[in-house]
Design a protein around this ligand. Sequence first.
Ligand code: GDP
Length: 422
Amino acid sequence: MPTLVVVGAQWGDEGKGKVTDYLSAEADTVVRYQGGTNAGHTVIAGGREYRLHLVPSGIVHGKVCVLGNGVVLDPAAFLQEMDELAAQGCDVGRVVVSDNAHLILAYHKALDRSEETGRGEARIGTTLRGVGPAYRDKAARIGVRAGDLRYPDLLRRRLDGAVAAANQALGQTEFHSAALADELLALAPRLLPLLRDTAELVNQAIDRGDKVLFEGAQGTHLDIDHGTYPFVTSSHPTAGGACIGSGVGPTRIDRVVGVAKAYTTRVGDGPFPSEELGPEGDLLRERGGEYGTTTGRPRRCGWCDVPVLRHAALVNGLGGLCVTKLDTLSGLSRVRIVVAYEHEGRRLTGFPHDVDLLAQVRPVYEEVPGWSDDLSGAQRFEDLPATARAYLDRVAELVGVPVVMVGVGAERGQTLPRESMF
Ligand code: GDP
């Protein structure tokens, strides 16, 4: 199967970076299709740690890396990340960017900060990187695209309109379009050589029979349509986003897999039914090192939440689950699984789309025996203790999707595939 979409099945931070890096060994092209510098993926390979925000995780293997039209690009942050990756020995010579990717500019970050502050208690928990305002300008048709850098006059005209709107929203004349245009045009010599019609490039790769991996950022429940709105991101991390965000038709996608931690985490605000606010949550956070890559914020933690994963299976068409961080659960005498939600004594069937209802549901737990073995040295799925395998089988049964890969440590090699993914 030559095309594969990897999506986060929870609220992001599932370990997609590691899974994508692992699968990239087999891929020819890796495509990032949405989000911006709000994403943070960590890849650990050969004892080195690579922190990625925009560049697809396939970079560590030196593959063709595409930032598709669905991505929003902070030009200075992107070039800095490219420099850091090059300094770490990565071959960044095959990174390309869509002409149609929208740019995140200084006023988007200022708007993000001022809007989030203005929300007070009702804050969304954004990463303040300007991602939401950049997508909003895109939808309002006042955005600036990477390809506009080719035409300085057009760029200046576009910036005049966008900056006027931003200054009005900010309530002050903070930004000057001419100065912003000069700053951007100073970066053009480095950016222009990377720009391509990436929809054509990716479709040609598929035509050739190349293996193409689409890498989602964030997670299903942060999708602007399918997530816990309004506590969501402004794009489509779900599998459908791979088509829109790269210009590839749905008939060309062969397989979709979801990455899920063996438990659940969430950064930022919003309902989280399986959240453990007591010592069990602290235990998961400390053992799992659950602090954000981009922001350092402590992640909220809870047990594996089956309704969340079933919803991810539904809206993404998942054919397999990659369960990461199983090693974090080692040493527990029992492991809990949220098998359903209850509200006012009634068991709910689907996943509630109303965040107020979702905040009120009570989780229904099932307990399974834990395992004390250190899993970090396991080489194959069969090396896992019987109770750990039984846990994974139970999760797969409840979600209705097979577990096709398991993570037992942060290193690239600590990955146990059960079948070939492509
Ligand atoms: P992403 O945004 O989905 O790529 O996830 P992050 O990179 O933010 O968070 C995942 C963290 O877990 C990173 O620090 C990874 O190195 C680490 N990680 C990924 N898979 C595993 C695993 O199976 N076991 C352990 N212990 N850590 C893992």
